[in-house]
Design a protein around this ligand. Structure first.
Ligand code: HAS
Length: 575
């Protein structure tokens, strides 16, 4: 099959698999999104907590985080990866292995979800000890991650075979992007697998009495920050390879895309201690090193910002724009049959703000002001719930439309990202302003700070908390519209041929890949940098055995005995 052919006949097995991988998490997302609305309404005191709708605060927040940030995103990345690899390399993936991956992920999801619903896994998406979950929760997480590895391993022989059969040809940029996503994922999930299987599971089974909290948290953040790039990179694949064409132009520079992706391989991982600036047990010099490296990982996003701006300008000019800035007015913002443009473009606009707030977080001293305040969810909703979420839901709709031959009808699909953007602007402003005024990131077991009769009453936060609730409600409404469109399309009548097709852009500057032709040197550089940046951090935290803890269940009052400090820690109350 020629590479020039832009539409591929769809393999029925791939279609069935993709629809399950997009449909099941989308169904769960209804609960995840509902959980988000509950959080904002609880904060504002509009609904009573902690047991609104039968969910306790930590339980609802865990469902919200795990479904939206882990289950939905990983299933999407795997489904998108299967389709992109198959389409771009013009080859069929091994469906038996792909189904095995899918079943592992599905069974893992069910195990985790059942435990959270049963109140045995209210440990948030970070599953920090000493919050303790049921062993089935941890086993489910492990199965889920292994499933995603299997999905990745399934693409490697196809890629190698393609390279053998196309000597001297550039690997399609979309495939480089998908591989970058999963290389980062493969490396960063190994320590978290260790955390889950070697530290948390035995502790949860009662085989060990205490756990080294600092060590466990460090292993989590070794995974936790690259996780955000695991979310972001599939969106970057869409920005680089599809947005320019959807805008009516070309990708300004193919090489810029490859450069950005390779920098992500090197710098996504050795930065995790920036989530631990406030924690004891890690030397300040190592935190500072991670702070500098974090500023380094903004570079590929700056490259992306300039490349996207240049690509959009080129598209605007192709559409007849003259002068310095009027290309901006020529882009297809509200074209119903080109709704994907709106999902990607709006995501970029939100990320402009999300990215800048990330740079504030990364600055070692400024982090003191914002850490653990409501600023933080303000930041991450403009990143993961901005470019990532919009790209994922837009592409889910697009893939369902193409693969089922069922057209998305009406103009509402194109309105969703704009409504979402209005919601997120109000929501995140409320959170960030509240955070700067001291509003904590989490509420006290779901209690509101706006109840005048409560000792927690904080009237100066009222405006920001109400903004958060209004913004969150608008976001929820955008998603109600989206779900109606998604499921209506899925269950409507087929009107077109079922195809595997992506709107892949040509490059304006189609440079030779040069040193970006091969992943190997970049993976080696990444490993070297990880060793340099993490060895001292791990030595520090493994020494800090004072911070061990017995299990803690947020739903159960803790016996006083559990607060006993280890014998080597003395608190001097006279100071
Ligand atoms: Fe972050 C915390 C630093 C990016 C997600 N981050 C979080 C948490 C999450 C998260 C979930 O250094 C909370 C974790 C928790 O539970 O505790 N983050 C950064 C930095 C970046 C960054 C430096 N974060 C992300 C992305 C995420 C994400 C991406 C999800 C997908 N973050 C931090 C730090 C913390 C943190 C600290 C811990 C803080 C603490 O104390 O706990 C950078 O990668 C950002 C670089 C981005 C840019 C923006 C480029 C702009 C572009 C748009 C161009 C637009 C165009 C369109 C062309 C430099 C590409 C036209 C635009 C118009 C405006 C017209």
């Amino acid at each position: 099959m020629s590479l020039r052919q832009t539409v591929m006949t769809l393999d029925r097995g791939l279609k069935r698999l993709t629809l399950i991988q997009l449909g099941v998490p989308m169904f769960l997302l209804i609960i995840g999104i509902g959980g988000g609305l509950l959080q904002t309404l609880m904060r504002a005191g509009i609904i009573k907590s902690p047991s609104a709708l039968g969910l306790e605060y930590y339980q609802g927040l865990t469902l919200h985080g795990i479904i939206n940030a882990i289950v939905f995103t990983t299933f999407f990345a795997v489904a998108f990866g299967n389709a992109v690899v198959s389409y771009s390399l013009r080859t069929a993936i091994n469906l038996k292995v792909a189904w095995l991956a899918n079943w592992l992920m599905l069974v893992g999801t069910v195990m985790v979800a059942v435990m959270v619903f049963a109140g045995e896994g209210s440990v948030l998406y970070t599953f920090y000890p000493p919050l303790k979950a049921h062993p089935i929760f941890y086993a489910g997480l492990a199965l889920f991650v292994v499933g995603s590895w299997v999905a990745f391993w399934n693409w490697i022989p196809l890629y190698l075979q393609w390279r053998r059969e196309h000597p001297g040809e550039k690997t399609p940029l979309a495939v480089v992007g998908i591989f970058t996503t999963f290389i980062v994922w493969q490396i960063c999930t190994i320590p978290v697998a260790y955390e889950v299987l070697v530290l948390l599971l035995p502790w949860s089974l009662g085989w060990t009495d205490t756990i080294n909290i600092e060590f466990a948290r460090t292993l989590f953040w070794f995974f936790g920050h690259p996780l955000v790039y695991f979310w972001l990179l599939p969106a970057y694949v869409m920005f680089y390879t599809m947005l320019p064409k959807l805008a009516g132009g070309k990708l300004f520079s193919d090489r810029a895309g490859r450069l950005a992706l390779m920098i992500f391989i090197i710098l996504s991982i050795p930065v995790g201690a920036h989530h631990q600036f406030a924690e004891p047990g890690i030397g300040a010099q190592w935190k500072l090193l991670h702070s500098f490296l974090t500023l380094g990982v903004t570079i590929p996003s700056f490259i992306t910002a300039f490349t996207m701006a240049a690509s959009l300008e080129y598209a605007g000019r192709q559409r007849g724009a003259k002068g310095l800035l009027n290309w901006f007015g020529k882009l297809p913002y509200f074209q119903a049959d080109n709704y994907m443009f709106a999902y990607l473009f709006v995501g970029l606009v939100i990320f402009f703000f999300g990215g800048i707030t990330g740079i504030i977080n990364a600055s070692y001293n400024l982090n003191n002001v914002v850490h653990n305040t409501a600023w933080m969810p303000g930041h991450f909703h403009m990143t993961v719930a901005g470019p990532v979420f919009l790209a994922f839901i837009g592409m889910s709709l697009y893939m369902v439309e193409k693969m089922t031959g069922k057209k998305v009808k009406g103009k509402l699909a194109v309105a969703v990202p704009y409504i979402w953007m209005v919601g997120i602007a109000i929501f995140s402003t409320g959170l960030m302003r509240g955070g700067l005024h001291g509003e904590p990131r989490r509420t006290n077991m779901g209690l509101t700070y706006l109840n005048p009769e409560s000792s927690l009453y904080q009237p100066e936060w009222k405006l920001w908390v109400m903004m958060t609730a209004i913004g969150g409600t608008i976001m929820f409404l955008a998603m109600v519209i989206y779900f109606a469109i998604f499921f209506k399309t899925l269950f409507s009548k087929k009107t077109e041929e079922e195809v595997l097709e992506f709107p892949i852009s040509e490059a304006y500057h189609d440079e030779k890949p040069g040193i970006f032709a091969n992943f190997k040197p970049w993976v080696i550089a990444a490993i070297i940098l990880i060793v340099i940046s993490y060895t001292p951090v791990l030595i520090d935290v493994m020494r800090s055995t004072a911070y061990t803890a017995p299990p803690y269940d947020p739903h159960v009052p803790v016996p006083a005995r559990q607060f006993q400090l280890p014998p080597n820690v003395v608190i001097d109350n006279t100071k």
